[in-house]
Design a protein around this ligand. Structure first.
Ligand SMILES: C[S@@+](CC[C@H](N)C(=O)[O-])C[C@H]1O[C@@H](n2cnc3c(N)ncnc32)[C@H](O)[C@@H]1O
Length: 255
């Protein structure tokens, strides 16, 4: 196991607790951290990806098969980007859940401002224990959440449980530094530049040190595909983006 470097910043929190194997402690850390950084989260995402995360979320929404009228679900929705992309493409309603109330408040304000409050609704819930019956959503999406949930296999199993037979489960995630010739630059960017931007823009270098270190705990694209198959999804495929540092996976619940 890696030994993450210590950090000191205004938050006074320590991201190392997220990597010590205690699921409840990780959930508490992640929930509190996103609660703390909610106000600067959208700006940080735009800065860190040069705005590319929006196009990736649009693609994930397209891959979720927008033709159904049934409700769709976005998990770990944060400030709502992925849910808004789903709602732009679908006739049916979109429900989005997260366990960090400050992220949800921003999502709700954004929905009001964009005139989308009728199309998307937000609810506070734990993605590892969803308060929904089996097979009630036409598609289930999630973006940038795998490294944050306390159990990836349990999370994918919940997605499979609530999607209808024939419905799609779509995940979009950051896997780590780009591969190939650009790998050293990618690692430098994630481990040095991102925490600096976090410190000066979000005032929270602990949160943005957690991010690059947490990517070390995300499975590879192939391993995510295997986890989806093991959860009972079929026709699993994925697309690599951003020089292999980001991937979108799609799996279908068998009929
Ligand atoms: C990196 S943010 C992603 C937000 C949004 N999907 C996006 O792409 O911008 C991860 C989100 O996952 C949420 N989260 C992590 N674990 C969760 C859980 N068990 N249940 C619900 N939300 C969770 C956090 O609160 C946070 O808002």
């Amino acid at each position: 196991m890696k030994t993450p470097s210590p950090t000191t910043d205004r938050s006074g929190s320590d991201h190392r607790v997220a990597f010590q194997g205690d699921a409840a402690a990780k959930a508490r850390y992640v929930r509190a951290m996103f609660g703390r950084i909610a106000g600067g989260y959208d700006r940080m995402n735009d800065l860190m990806t040069a705005g590319r995360h929006r196009a990736w979320k649009r693609l994930a929404a397209q891959l979720a098969d927008p033709s159904s009228d049934l409700p769709a679900l976005d998990l770990c929705c944060g400030t709502g980007d992925q849910a808004f992309e789903l709602a732009r493409l679908r006739r049916g309603p979109v429900l989005a859940i997260d366990f960090a109330a400050p992220m949800l408040r921003i999502a709700q304000e954004r929905a009001q401002r964009a005139g989308m409050a009728g199309a998307v609704s937000f609810q506070e819930a734990d993605a590892l224990c969803l308060p929904f019956p089996d097979a009630c959503f036409s598609a289930v999406t999630t973006s940038f959440s795998l490294r944050n949930v306390a159990g990836i296999a349990e999370f994918i199993a919940e997605m499979r449980r609530v999607v209808v037979p024939g419905g799609r489960v779509v995940t979009l995630d950051l896997l780590g530094a780009p591969r190939g010739l650009l790998a050293p630059f990618g690692r430098f960017y994630l481990s040095r530049v991102v925490p600096l931007i976090g410190r000066f823009v979000a005032g929270d270098s602990d949160a943005y040190t957690y991010l690059p270190e947490s990517t070390g705990y995300v499975p590879s694209a192939q391993e995510i595909a295997v986890l989806m198959e093991q959860a009972g999804l079929e026709r699993v495929s994925y697309r690599s983006l951003a020089l292999g540092s980001v991937a979108i996976h799609v799996g279908v619940r068998p009929l």
